[in-house]
Design a protein around this ligand. Structure first.
Ligand code: NAI
Length: 334
């Protein structure tokens, strides 16, 4: 089976090639390009495509893929908010994903953002390199004894609870479907209103759904503690970014750590250092000293990449064998 991989980096190619068995009957072609209406024609002559978080899998692109005979889309990620599932179903395209590859990787990155913002290590690093050994402006706080709120206690949220309890924090949790493991790790389930009102740090680990879109907005920010730390490693569209700029300016939000941004598909995973960036909200966000942005790297550990690669190649094999793994199906009814 011939498979076109979109949005691949040097690291993706290396890791996939390490796991690709010569006997697998898979013929893989790696494209650096993101999948979008301009690049969809690259899928001509292939049977399946492998896509990533910011590839465009909207109805017109899916139609074009179907016209070229694409029968399977396998996603190298857990989230599938970028695919028009109704259109894929109508076209009879199967969609598989990697539901969990390393929840630890994302939870640990959320903690890395918290700790860097708290102890200002990103600023200390530059200062020391400039032989400036002063401490003014680097004052942090003890995590011990503070209250963290974890919104969404699925795979990643649970891992975060486990780590934060290790700091000696009180951990409040909210999820419409509470689970036992989060309680065993020491979280106390409360209402979302209570979590917002009582937490010093709030970290979001929910999928992007109509019900979660822009859940971090002026109204919800107003109900949080003054100087709250907000961490979002899930999806950019959970946040109304303009409202966060205002909340940072008014000091309502004391720290913001994000690994995702609503319009990130125009920015992340590319080098724009020679260009003028048109997105004024993003540019304003990076000017705040108490904002730390990483470019969707929370998943990016060796262990996660090995798991993504193994599961994706297995998804392709299972499709060829006619037995897709139901746990990995976004859309398997044909
Ligand atoms: P999961 O599916 O295991 O857990 C999500 C949890 O959110 C579930 O328990 C669900 O009940 C809960 N939830 C749904 N609606 C909610 C609401 N309105 N309020 C509170 N909780 C709600 O997902 P997992 O693996 O923990 O991933 C969470 C998100 O993290 C993914 O959807 C994805 O967007 C993001 N992610 C980001 C990565 C990165 O590199 N930055 C990598 C992997 C995932």
């Amino acid at each position: 089976m011939k498979v076109a991989f979109f949005s691949t980096t040097k690291t993706d190619k290396r890791v996939f090639n390490e796991h690709l068995k010569p006997t697998s009957n898979l013929e893989v072609t790696y494209f650096d390009a993101h999948l979008n209406p301009h690049t969809a024609l690259l899928a001509q002559g292939f049977d399946a495509i492998c896509a990533f978080v910011n590839d465009d899998l909207s109805a017109p692109v899916l139609q074009e893929l179907a016209d070229y005979g694409i029968r399977l889309i396998t996603l190298r990620c857990a989230g599938f908010n970028n695919i028009d599932r109704d259109k894929a179903a109508e076209l009879g395209i199967m969609v598989l994903r990697v539901p969990a590859y390393s929840p630890m990787a994302v939870a640990e990155h959320a903690v890395a953002l918290m700790m860097a913002l708290n102890r200002k290590t990103h600023r200390a690093y530059s200062r020391v390199r400039d032989s400036n050994f002063t401490l003014e402006g680097l004052l942090g706080f003890d995590m011990f004894g503070k209250t963290a709120g974890v919104v969404g206690t699925g795979r990643i949220g649970q891992e975060l609870i486990r780590i934060l309890k290790g700091f000696g924090m009180t951990v409040l949790a909210y999820d419409p479907f509470p689970n036992e493991q989060a309680k065993i790790y020491g979280a106390d389930y409360v209402t979302l209103e209570e979590l917002y009102a009582e937490s010093d740090i709030i970290s979001f680990h929910v999928p992007l759904l109509p019900s979660t879109e822009h859940m971090i907005n002026a109204q919800t920010l107003a109900t949080m503690k003054d100087g709250v730390m907000i961490i979002n490693t899930s999806r950019g569209a959970l946040m109304q970014a303009e409202d966060l700029v205002e909340a940072l300016k008014s000091r309502k939000v004391g720290y913001l750590g994000i690994d995702v941004y609503e319009q990130e598909e125009n920015l992340f995973f590319e080098d724009h250092s020679e260009e003028i960036i048109d997105d004024d909200i993003f540019e304003r966000l990076i000017t705040f000293p108490n904002v730390l942005i990483t470019a969707h790297q929370a998943f990016f550990t060796q262990e996660a990449l090995d798991n993504i690669s193994q599961t994706t190649l297995q998804n392709l094999q299972d499709f060829m064998a006619g037995h897709p793994n139901p746990h990995n199906c976004v859309l398997c009814e044909r």
